[in-house]
Design a protein around this ligand. Structure first.
Ligand SMILES: [Zn+2]
Length: 147
């Protein structure tokens, strides 16, 4: 199990939520989804307070770069990996949560930093749902023994 003790203890998510939602929705405008027309934007809140965003990007082989992964890549490229919260915007009802693959990828950083990640999904219909990542992907801890 992940430790929840330090989870967001040093920052109030509510202070950041409106900006996170705005940035996620803004990022969705840049989504490149010519095959599905399924537009997603994601925003990550880092321990530093910085926010990194990503949109989905589709390719002709139908392997897409999901918005959450795009945002993770931007965070890593900026030298940060301590993800506190992920906010996902879609136009779907109910709001779209991170897929299984994205949950796994987020979980790796939750484990690395030894705390849970808040997951918030919302849409343009005033609907919002919230979970902890550990609720969406229980038993996720993977022990890899390096030689
Ligand atoms: Zn995904």
């Amino acid at each position: 199990m992940l430790e929840n003790d330090s989870y967001l203890s040093y920052m109030n998510l509510d202070e950041h939520l409106s900006e996170l939602k705005q940035r996620a929705e803004e990022s969705s405008v840049n989504a490149f989804a010519p095959y599905s027309d399924f537009i997603i934007g994601a925003a990550l809140l880092m321990k530093s307070g910085n926010i990194y965003t990503g949109c989905n990007v589709e390719f002709s082989d139908y392997l897409a770069l999901h918005a959450e992964v795009n945002a993770i890549g931007t965070a890593i490229n900026s030298g940060e990996n301590d993800i506190q919260a992920v906010v996902v915007f879609s136009k779907s009802s109910p709001p779209v949560l991170p897929c299984g693959s994205c949950r796994q990828k987020l979980s790796e950083f939750a484990q690395l930093n030894n705390h849970d990640i808040q997951v918030i999904a919302f849409n343009d219909k005033q609907e919002q749902i919230e979970f902890l990542l550990s609720e969406l992907l229980p038993g996720a801890k993977i022990q890899v023994n390096k030689k």
